[in-house]
Design a protein around this ligand. Sequence first.
Ligand SMILES: *[C@@H]1O[C@H](CO)[C@@H](O)[C@H](O)[C@H]1NC(C)=O
Ligand SMILES: *[C@@H]1O[C@H](CO)[C@@H](O)[C@H](O)[C@H]1NC(C)=O
Ligand SMILES: *[C@@H]1O[C@H](CO)[C@@H](O)[C@H](O)[C@H]1NC(C)=O
Ligand SMILES: *[C@@H]1O[C@H](CO)[C@@H](O)[C@H](O)[C@H]1NC(C)=O
Ligand SMILES: *[C@@H]1O[C@H](CO)[C@@H](O)[C@H](O)[C@H]1NC(C)=O
Ligand SMILES: *[C@@H]1O[C@H](CO)[C@@H](O)[C@H](O)[C@H]1NC(C)=O
Ligand SMILES: *[C@@H]1O[C@H](CO)[C@@H](O)[C@H](O)[C@H]1NC(C)=O
Length: 490
Amino acid sequence: MELRYILLFIFLVFCEPSTQYRFSQKFRGNYQKHPRVQNFESAKYKYEIKTIDMPVDHFSFSVSNTFKLRYLVNNTWQKAENPPIFFYTGNEGNIETFAQNTGFMWEIAPEFEALLIFAEHRYYGESMPYGNKSYADTNHLGYLTSQQALADYIDLIQYLRSKSEYKQSPVIAFGGSYGGMLSAWIRMKYPHIVQGAIASSAPILQFTGSVECDSFARIVSLDFKAADPNCAELIRKSWGVITNITSTDEGKKWLSDNWELCQPLKNTNDVEQLKAYLEDVYGNLAMANYPYEASFLAPLPAYPVNVVCSHLTNESLTGTELLLAVQNAVNVYTNYTGEMKCLDVNNSTPLLDAGGWPFQSCTEMVMPMCTNGVNDMFEPHSWNFDEYSKDCEKQFSVKPQPNLACEQYGCERLSTATNIVFSNGLMDPWAGGGVIRNLSASAVAIIIPEGAHHLDLRASNPSDPFSVVLARSFHRSFIKQWITDYSKNE
Ligand SMILES: *[C@@H]1O[C@H](CO)[C@@H](O)[C@H](O)[C@H]1NC(C)=O
Ligand SMILES: *[C@@H]1O[C@H](CO)[C@@H](O)[C@H](O)[C@H]1NC(C)=O
Ligand SMILES: *[C@@H]1O[C@H](CO)[C@@H](O)[C@H](O)[C@H]1NC(C)=O
Ligand SMILES: *[C@@H]1O[C@H](CO)[C@@H](O)[C@H](O)[C@H]1NC(C)=O
Ligand SMILES: *[C@@H]1O[C@H](CO)[C@@H](O)[C@H](O)[C@H]1NC(C)=O
Ligand SMILES: *[C@@H]1O[C@H](CO)[C@@H](O)[C@H](O)[C@H]1NC(C)=O
Ligand SMILES: *[C@@H]1O[C@H](CO)[C@@H](O)[C@H](O)[C@H]1NC(C)=O
């Protein structure tokens, strides 16, 4: 997840979405230069912003460059020496976005008298190892790996613990989506430094050999079907209608005008890009299908999938009528605020700057994705690793390593893991790559049947289903247990 506010997007060439890996760059955002100033004035939570010097390369003795890694601190609730440190392992975006969308940590900090830390992931937000050259080429970008990011977080924790007031502080990692993978992995890799982890909607099994490539698309489709069975059917039907109508210049113009596209469709590549955009939007809607109005991937109403599907109930819609209904449906995502001038199909997640994700998904984070059009509402696209790999070589001059994540962190035989809560909402398309079985006595799976993407990490809300209230109370009692166990052993 989750995923992506601003910054500057530097020098990366836009790459055409290729049909082979639709969805697989899911946490992605706009990777064009697209500076935007994020307004945090209305932001709910307050913190101090600090930086710490970090080595660009933790794992060699040949690169001595350093950079400033950004982190957010709030020590308001700390009452005594050695308070618990609640440490958010930042994911692919500006850390302030994640701080604002992780109300759970803020809500439980007073009860635990905890110090709150939100650490920014290198190459995102303002934590750029080589300033505005960070994205210039693979030589500069190559230090963007999860291992390096975890080592950054460990250095930051060790720095905090070097102060006498935090010397014995237990550290609990928190994270959602890719951040949740990092929180689970930091506990697995560094159990002597991190005492426990809440890993929400963390698809640590979304890798070759551990997941069926169509699981993401299947869950998205189930969400739409649950909202209205005709909705998923109409979306399935819409792909062919789009293909048909855009087969003529007249049709391309009709669709460009009626859907108010920023760039009129010129060729089949543009049509493919439009379809990939729609797939992204449907996936994002499923991820952000929260029970109340929220602004995570985009500003959205409560249960946005239901609102989208309220436009797609009439099963006899066909042709241009169907496409106009789809437009009204998609507008729920793209234009909820009514401020959108035209439909920009280049970026489905304008709120989250996940500029580096395409590189990560071309190196370590190879998440196979496919659709078959039968169990899901999409056009069939197989997973073709060779094509995927070629695209990555073309874009970044790197060869993807599809087995690296499982080799580094483990996808099987995870029973040695301890002190981790894996929580998954069953409406979340990423649940298919999540841990949904208990791994050991203290590495447990919590299921939130009505939950979308890391709903449990968000602030509590009167509209929350009971299952998420319960999940949060599980989290609290596990955290208490980990802290008690740690202080007994100190
Ligand atoms: C920490 O959060 C509290 C409560 O929201 C707020 O009053 C305080 O100003 C914050 N501290 C900093 C340093 O921003
Ligand atoms: C990159 O940063 C340098 C030093 O801060 C600055 O002089 C230069 O104008 C920047 N280049 C771009 C393209 O922003
Ligand atoms: C596409 O057009 C062809 C020929 O006009 C028609 O037979 C077919 O049903 C159309 N398909 C869809 C999905 O509209
Ligand atoms: C459903 O769509 C068909 C075809 O456009 C139309 O004739 C019919 O009135 C619509 N039904 C409803 C309930 O809107
Ligand atoms: C967005 O919504 C506003 C208000 O309803 C409308 O005026 C505008 O045309 C919409 N933009 C697009 C691109 O549909
Ligand atoms: C979308 O990307 C294409 C290809 O890079 C570019 O030509 C076009 O201007 C972009 N459209 C918008 C609205 O930014
Ligand atoms: C995992 O164990 C916990 C108790 O430690 C239990 O509450 C939970 O239901 C179990 N999860 C699954 C998926 O069986």
